[in-house]
Design a protein around this ligand. Sequence first.
Ligand SMILES: *Cc1c(COP(=O)(O)O)cnc(C)c1O
Length: 370
Amino acid sequence: MNIPLVDLKAQYQSIKPEIDAAIQRVIDNTAFIMGKEVAQFEEAFADYCGVDYAIGVSSGTGALFLALLAHGIGPGDEVITTPFTFFATGEAIAQVGARPVFVDIDPVTYNINPELIEAAITPYTKAIMPVHLYGQPADMAAIQAIAEKHGLIVIEDAAQAHGSRYHGLRAGALGDSACFSFYPSKNLGCYGDGGMVVTNDAKVAERVRKLRDHGRQSKYLHDELGYGHRLDGIQAAILGAKLPHLDAWNAARRARAAHYAELLADLPVHPPQQAPDTDPVYHCYTIRLEEDFDRDAIVAQLKQEGVGVGVHYPIPLHLQPAFRFMELEPGAFPISEYMADHVLSLPIYAELTDEQQEYVVQKLREALQT
Ligand SMILES: *Cc1c(COP(=O)(O)O)cnc(C)c1O
């Protein structure tokens, strides 16, 4: 058997006529950049998240970058975030000229640990950027309470959390602004690069709208220096065709996750734990191995057996060569570093079958025994 980490072909096959029609429509109308498809999808995605504004941009990284700029964050400012995330979270903070200030994670949810945030606040702190890692919402009530007390902005990195809920609200409606990625393998993915900033703040929405398109006021009138960070029509049309399926796909991921938890019950691994009153969307199904296992050897063996496993993420941000200038040493964030050495992600997607899951767990069982 060959089971990929994520099966984009299976998803396409399940909705092929809808996707093909959407792409053809854009070609027929030659509305390739921005235009009606983008505006329609922005409205649909804002409704879905339960927010007032959604602005389509060229990627999740672009969304983070523009949201930070639109909130006025730049040189001299500090933004508190987690080191246990995809590189782009810290990268966007540094790209606007601000300093990422890392705070270690909760050992159960792997999300930023709110109990450690206040000690990291300085007179320069402007914002907190929690990441809903693997599609599990961060502890937003605690984060919001700290933000309110200290007058900080909260920008969600929701790139892995399309459709997840926290205390009934969707990811995207939990902070001052939120950023999504539509990278093909995300829970809602397009067929190229794409992203979105969502917010209830009209001023922030207006700024992002201007900055994504060269600071443009009208066709050849530019108010300020902006960027080329627009969303294109084909991507928006594909996303618009997929959005009505997202809740069913996420529900299927949750069912797959529950089945994994049963299959893994007698193995020396720690399956993901769900935080109370949340609906995680299992962008990744990431387990933690017991201390004495060689994670990399197990990953290699599973790959050899045709199981598409991943590691999210093997190097915490503070130990990345690109962040060497911050002069943070191993040991600075022990929980993140421990997880980076012990986690591995199993294949998960809506179309995964019981038989495939049983094969994955059987091969994992064998790898753990050798
Ligand atoms: C995917 C991802 C991003 C970046 O999104 P792109 O669309 O690839 O630029 C940012 N943050 C997190 C947590 C992600 O998973």
